[in-house]
Design a protein around this ligand. Sequence first.
Ligand code: ADP
Ligand code: MG
Length: 384
Amino acid sequence: MINKYGYLEKLEIFFENKEQRVKKAQCTCWYMSILRRSATPSIGEKSNFSRYPYVIAGCWLILLIGGCRPAPPPNIYHETQTLLGTLVEIKLIATDPSAASAALAAAFAEFGRIDNLMSFQSAKSQLARINQAAGGKAVSIDAELFQLVLQSKYYAELTAGAFDISIGPLSRLWGLDNKQYRKPSSEEIAAKLPLVGYSMILTQSKPPAVRLARPGMSIDLGAIAKGYAVDKAINILKRRGISSALVNAGGDIRTIGTRPDGNLWNIGIQHPRKPKQILASLRVDNQAVVTSGDYEQFFMYQGVRYHHILDPATGRPARGCQAVTVVAQSTAAADALATGVFVLGPEKGMKLIEGLPDTEALIVDAAGNVSVSSGLKGKLDFNH
Ligand code: ADP
Ligand code: MG
């Protein structure tokens, strides 16, 4: 069954019971080997086979009274919080409840830290300082934010400007920042277009600083920050010894390891026009799966759908796709590419994906036709 976060749930009870049975069986074997050793006469000792039944019975009694304490079975720990303007869900498998809750807390704290650093909405984030100084002096920032700006410029170049974090003035114009969506006039859009263009984001590495060339410019990291935060949270879970987990920030998903049954995590890709239905599912091996779609943040006006993925060239919602799912090694990369491919449209977008190593995509075009990159063929279970 698909849950509301976009991946498949399975009955976990079975796996837990199975795991418990395995642990119990191991435990019993361990006791049996001790029993055998204690019942074997040492050199020089007279063998007395008549004592065997008592020894064995006594030991079994100890076993029954003392109880064979199996190692605690792995449990699924699950928590959701609203961070970075979206629902963040972390699910992990662990045997130690206190280690699990500490890992969850640390991963959520990481989301909070990144939110404080990179929020477009908050006037207090470090990103806001760059935006407030647009047209003025360079602003010194943390190396981490600086690196993400550089990475974003890289993806802007790779997508020929389809993904562009200097989209900020248009994001505000369409009400994307506070989710108070509105349809601006053509004049309003035309007035903002000269403020959008990643080549006007000027960077200096020593010390790390960013300057926006024109007053009124602003950086909006909304199309990459969630993916970046998922990568950071995954690193934290790994450092804490978690070997099985799934992190989902509003459709930006990455997994660690396998589920307790040994199967890879199964991710459901939502159907862009049939709410609560999955289009296809795929098993992911420590990978990121990110979907950008026109079906979650949108409004209808005179029968036309206006959504939150804007074409920086026109200043209007991109029209080539309904949804783009990208599978990649890092969630930040998949996030930037899903947005960029969405704007590029199905043909140019798929061409770009086919040329990138370890990167795959499923694209649903504006008419609902599905195309799949060569490396994903045969790996998707379509829900016909
Ligand atoms: P979601 O946030 O639903 O995962 P995306 O990753 O595609 O979807 O990000 C969309 C957000 O990114 C928008 O809300 C806006 O803030 C910003 N954005 C919109 N269009 C672009 C674009 N072409 N390039 C970069 N950022 C964009
Ligand atoms: Mg994105």
